[in-house]
Design a protein around this ligand. Structure first.
Ligand code: SAM
Length: 345
């Protein structure tokens, strides 16, 4: 049967598929197919797909109908909410009976999940790790894949959220375009070792690894020793260990060592990133892009971050907010946002 498909070069396939999936535009009734290095992704709404994708070719194509899979919803009297992380399914259920029912349905369904974990606390403390209840499977370790990178991690000991994959990709895509930062930072043309990127709260490396894959020289710092062990392992897994320095420390203790070094800084510690802006300014080179994450009330989601950055960086740096980006809704009336800010000395 002929259906509308987005046609995209295979290398760009995962990014396109993920953007379409985020917008719920993939027609799951049909298989995605490959021919002559092109991916054909069946879609439900061509107009909406054109609006979601920056560049987009939509063609009619004969595609195979997908074999009907049994989903957890087919086995329950309701449609349960779960997230996938590697071989695990993550749920958030207070009622133990309902949690058990969902876990059993997930295991019985065709979902390729061997582990089911139930959120047992909010993220907490300095390391932002939460407690998990193991409902099925052997342990809390997973290997998660996003945008061509592979991340091993243990949810019991490190922070990780698969929900931020699209956001991380948005930022990583800027690295290849960042030649201007490297050029002007050295004042003598591009740096031989690519852009210098510093992740102040690196976790297991979901920013550092794709940055390094794009040729950046990266430093990732985290106060959680387990996260840094995984960052090192993930650098090896993804073939970028030579471009990644992983440091287990409070980033405030490390900043002076990398003074004036960073062409790009990531600050993903919403709620308290403003406490670390002095260190960010120490790290910034003459021309640096700062990705500053914040959680604020929807009435003024960007104002507090921008004011804090200006207070820390001006007048030493000219501060230009290049993007005010809403990442996701965090809680009722609260937004998780990112400010992409250029600091020019
Ligand atoms: N960037 C990672 C990601 O997106 O998955 C991790 C983000 S998580 C919200 C924040 C991280 O900051 C945690 O891994 C935590 O251990 C680390 N952290 C908190 N305080 C820190 C500090 N003073 N210095 C360095 N790392 C810190």
């Amino acid at each position: 049967m002929e259906v509308p498909c987005v046609r995209v070069a295979r290398e760009a396939g995962e990014a396109t598929r993920s953007s379409l999936a985020d917008a719920d535009l993939i027609d799951d009734t049909y298989e995605i197919s490959v021919a002559d290095g092109q991916l054909y992704i069946p879609i439900t709404d061509p107009d909406a797909a054109s609006a979601v994708l920056e560049e987009c070719e939509i063609v009619p194509r004969t595609v195979t109908e997908r074999e009907q899979q049994t989903t957890p919803a087919d086995l329950l009297a309701f449609d349960p909410t779960y997230e996938r992380l590697g071989e695990a399914a993550l749920i958030d259920e207070d009622d133990p009976e309902r949690a058990r029912e969902i876990a059993d349905a997930i295991l019985e369904s065709d979902l390729p999940a061997e582990t089911v974990l139930n959120k047992a606390s909010k993220v907490k403390g300095e390391t932002r790790v939460r407690d998990w209840e193991l409902l099925a499977g052997e342990n809390t370790t997973v290997v998660h894949r996003e945008y061509g990178c592979e991340f091993a991690l243990d949810l019991a000991t490190v922070y990780f959220s698969p929900r931020l994959a699209t956001e991380r990709h948005r930022v990583a895509e800027q690295v290849s375009e960042a030649q201007r930062a490297s050029e002007s930072a050295s004042g003598q043309g591009p740096r031989a070792d690519g852009e210098h990127a510093f992740d102040m709260f690196a976790g297991v490396g979901p920013f550092v690894i794709p940055f390094a894959k794009r040729g950046a020289t990266c430093v990732g710092v985290d106060i959680n020793a387990e996260a840094i062990d995984y960052l090192r392992e993930n650098a090896r897994r993804n073939g970028v260990a030579d471009r990644v320095t992983a440091i287990n420390d409070d980033v405030r203790e490390v900043a002076a060592e990398y003074e004036n070094w960073a062409d790009r800084i990531v600050m993903n510690l919403p709620h308290s990133a403003d406490d670390f802006l002095e260190s960010a300014v120490t790290l910034a080179s003459d021309d640096c892009t700062l990705h500053y994450y914040d959680i604020q009330h929807e009435d003024d989601p960007f104002g507090p971050g921008e004011r804090a950055i200006r207070a820390a960086a001006e007048p030493e740096y000219a501060v230009t907010v290049e993007t005010r980006h809403t990442v996701r809704s965090y809680a009722p009336h609260e937004l998780n946002v990112c400010l992409d800010v250029r600091l020019e000395r």
